[in-house]
Design a protein around this ligand. Sequence first.
Ligand code: IPE
Ligand code: IPE
Ligand code: MG
Length: 248
Amino acid sequence: MAGTETAALPRHIAIIMDGNGRWAKRRLLPRQAGHRAGLTAARHVIEGCARLHIGALTLFAFSSENWQRPQREVGNLMDLLMHALEDEVRELHANNIRIRFVGTLEAFSPDLQQGMRRAEELTVMNTGLALNIAASYGGRWDIVCAAHKLAAAAVSGHIRPDQIDEARLSRALVLPELPDPDLFIRTGGEQRLSNFLLWNLAYTELYFTDRLWPDFDEPALQTALNWYAARQRRFGRTPEQMKEEAGA
Ligand code: IPE
Ligand code: IPE
Ligand code: MG
């Protein structure tokens, strides 16, 4: 159950980093150049969140549906991911950032899987920003996996079917230990969830900006944070109730 207070700073931010292709197209560059610029933007936003002491950041890097893109683009994205694992992880580790990958990771090449595991192992003891990279991730897949786990627990007699509740289902998802995102950001102008964290975003504040992901910098992050700070999160209650609580 979510809290009712309006926190000035989100504990957990979830971002759909969209618009790399259009950014490149505007510059008459190949889409790959947009993805490379997107990686730089991701680095800056991660650093910004770490500096602001945000607890967790979940980045949508590659959706389960993105496998349907042209083989060449998928290959380029995989190369970029490999390159990021080789080049960025040391710096993230030095900044006390804990990295996790969530999604159907077995869909990636053995090299990539190994790189992801190494990054997770290297940073597992870090206590700073919890950075989750959603890769080959789908929100429906996440819920289906949780259903499998709970069904198996019921069949083996560890739980009764009527003990399946929201808390248990939440704990069976891929981010069990984190609070739900307080702030969702999608760049690139589209106003949809594209199968991102469907369960976890139930009461998240949704921020959409036309700015393309490679142009999303620290001032843009600050604009989103200011927008978030001005939200009144009511979780079903009335504005008057919220005022009373704030005064109490
Ligand atoms: C997001 O940018 C990156 C990934 C989906 C991997 P896009 O590649 O979707 O860029 P647009 O939406 O075509 O501009
Ligand atoms: C969502 O972006 C996935 C990521 C940013 C990784 P897409 O560009 O794939 O989303 P749609 O297809 O426009 O909904
Ligand atoms: Mg897109």
